[in-house]
Write a protein that binds this ligand. Structure first.
Ligand code: F6R
Length: 608
């Protein structure tokens, strides 16, 4: 959701800005723009639509000269996607150019005030207010102006600001929106995330809220809001550059699905030593675990679906009650909780605004916060009491796959750790579970080797108007993710239902030929789900059953079958989700959809 890149150095800025923006395309956007200082003034170029439109407009950056600039990909919130609403925005005199990620919540009041002072607005955006505020408060000192502006604006922001009075430096700041500073040799950068600058440097500063950065080509200084310089530690990024490249795959999504065995190994292996779960990252002592009253899991989208699986797993293994909430609902419903509760927040990006707000709400209520996060040093990781990182590497495709799988793996480790602390699991069961968790990467690999059947099934059903997913308990929780994967990238309407709930309304939607994907992986509820499959089949549905190779009799109720390897019943979601991801992918591919960048979606949802 909006991407920012900024550059100062010896090279031409525009091609570097375009290159950086191309790495941020995955975040979701509908227009793009760059502002470059050429020694005389700031030139701005913007274009609605794909980055390619901007690229063509400025010939890959060759028509814009200057070695300092800022660039932006905009995901529209205030005002339609258009050239005029695209960033950067200029102040009245053209002295300031601003790029912004986030939302200025009090922009209407600020806009009225600026209009009363004679400012004219040409866009519908909240960001233009910031550009004019810079002009309004400017008395010759850019840092003081930045301090004044951030004291006036409310909401979330990552800002990059050029000022034509400062030909050798530009400034940036962030609050509740991501922004990092890249430190090169004779050149420095800002970016919404490291993928944009990985090609140029691995040394970065992670900024805290309202730390103001002044970037020159040969140095970077950081100030607090009292204009005092502060010293910060640099971080070295150890991601491989290829981790953020497609590496021969047609889509990042396929690459990331294929990376799941490795991502699972990287997440699981360092946390199992001598047959025991070792969560070095957190301090969940047995005393603490014994005193937990309720666990709340809060997240959005697929991360919420991990929470749905987590509820079944954690309750089953620990007998601690677990509430799962959609973060945007949790935040506004005054949840009942106490300091004896543990809140688990799950987020790939660590920047999701709703999840962050829910975290703050749980903290206010005295709950301890444990975050399961993929991006190191992200806002949610920083705000939590404990963090368990998923070592999935950068996830670029908007539709999550490897982050979901590694989040689930962390849930298993956590549940096992807590069950052991509570004495709820025997030594044999514990050892069995460890062995099965360790075997998950190989089993996922096995599923990925047999993609042909799923591709064939996708070819049979890619023209469906509507597809239903059903399952019970854990299978229901996985159905939610299967349905989301399909609908978000293929645009086919899809719903997931608890199989037993069908008769209470939904079954009326079943017509001749409606595809129902039925998950019946576990033993305990297998027969019950098979009955539901027969019910829909009797009403004309075509049934695709997903089960383990232990249940050949599913063929009686299903027209088509996908088989997954068997494992411990509680771990089956890790395997069941993979064919569903592949099914969504192949359906979307056959429909010619933009798989990595589905319409209207953004990877990192940094606004509420
Ligand atoms: C769907 C998907 C989203 C995210 C959700 C939360 O494929 O990726 O539903 O899961 O937006 O994002 P994070 O995990 O970054 O908080």
């Amino acid at each position: 959701m909006c991407g920012i890149v900024g550059y100062i150095g010896q090279q031409q800025a525009a091609p570097i800005l375009l290159d950086g923006l191309s790495k941020l395309e995955y975040r979701g956007y509908d227009s793009a723009g760059v502002a470059v200082f050429d020694g005389d003034g700031i030139s701005v170029n913007k274009a609605r639509g794909r980055l390619e439109a901007l690229y063509n407009k400025i010939d890959g950056g060759n028509t814009v000269s200057g070695s300092m600039g800022i660039g932006h990909t905009r995901w529209a919130t205030h005002g339609e996607p258009s050239d005029v609403n695209a960033h950067p925005h200029l102040s009245r005199s053209g002295r300031f150019a601003v790029v912004h990620n986030g939302i200025i919540e009090n922009y209407i009041a600020l806009k009225k005030r600026l209009i009363s002072k004679g400012f004219e607005f040409i866009s519908d955006t909240d960001t233009e207010v910031v550009a004019h505020l810079f002009e309004y408060y400017y008395k010759g000192d850019i840092i003081e102006t930045m301090i004044k502006v951030i004291q006036k604006v409310e909401g979330s922001y990552a800002l990059g600001v050029l000022c034509s009075d400062y030909p050798d430096q530009f400034v940036a700041v962030r609050k509740s929106s991501p922004l990092i500073v890249g430190l090169g040799q004779g050149e420095n950068f800002i970016a919404s995330d490291v993928t944009a600058i990985l090609k140029y440097t691995r040394e970065i500063y992670r900024l805290e809220d309202n730390e103001i950065v002044v970037l020159k080509k040969d140095g970077v200084k950081i100030y607090n809001t009292d204009k005092e310089e502060i010293q910060k530690e640099t971080n070295t990024i150890n991601w491989d550059v290829s981790a953020a490249e497609k590496g021969g795959y047609e889509h990042f999504m396929m690459k990331e699905m294929e990376e799941q065995p490795k991502a699972l190994r990287d997440t699981i292996s360092p946390r199992i030593k001598d047959g025991r779960v070792i969560l070095d990252d957190v301090s969940l002592t047995p005393e603490y675990v014994k005193n937990i009253n309720t666990i709340h899991i809060v997240a959005c989208g697929s991360a919420y679906h991990v929470g749905m699986v987590g509820k079944y797993i954690i309750e089953q293994m620990t007998r601690i009650p677990v509430n799962v909430d959609i973060a945007s609902e949790f935040h506004y419903r005054d949840p009942i909780m106490s300091d004896k509760d543990l809140t688990i927040v799950i987020s790939q990006s660590g920047e999701t605004a709703d999840t962050r707000a829910a975290l703050d709400r749980a903290k206010e209520k005295g709950s301890r916060i444990l975050a399961i996060v993929n991006v190191v040093g992200s806002a949610i990781a920083n705000a939590a009491d404990d963090v368990i990182y998923t070592w999935a590497g950068p996830e670029i495709a908007v539709a999550t796959t490897k982050a979901y799988s590694t989040q689930l793996a962390v849930i298993y480790l956590l549940a096992l750790h807590m069950a052991d602390a509570l004495g709820k699991i025997s030594a044999d069961e514990y050892a069995d579970m460890i062995e099965e968790i360790q075997s998950l990467p190989d089993k996922v690999e096995e599923i990925l080797k047999n993609k042909d059947n799923i591709q064939y099934l996708a070819s049979k059903f890619f023209s469906s108007k509507s597809i239903f997913f059903i399952g019970r308990n854990l299978d229901y929780a996985v159905s939610l993710e299967g349905s989301l994967k399909l609908k978000e990238i293929s645009y086919i309407h899809s719903e997931a239902y608890a199989a037993g709930e069908l008769k209470h309304g939904t079954i009326s939607l079943i017509e001749d030929g409606t595809l129902v994907i039925a998950l019946a992986t576990g033993g305990r509820l297998f027969d019950k789900t098979v009955s539901n499959m027969k019910e829909v089949k009797a009403r004309g549905a075509v049934v695709l059953g997903l089960t383990t190779n232990e249940h050949p009799n599913i063929h009686d109720a299903a027209d088509y079958v996908i088989e997954i390897p068997k494992t411990h019943e509680l771990l089956l979601p890790s395997l069941a989700v993979v064919p569903l991801q592949l099914f969504g992918y192949y359906v979307a591919s056959l429909k010619g959809c933009d798989i990595d960048k589905p319409r209207n979606l953004a990877k990192s949802v940094t606004v509420e």
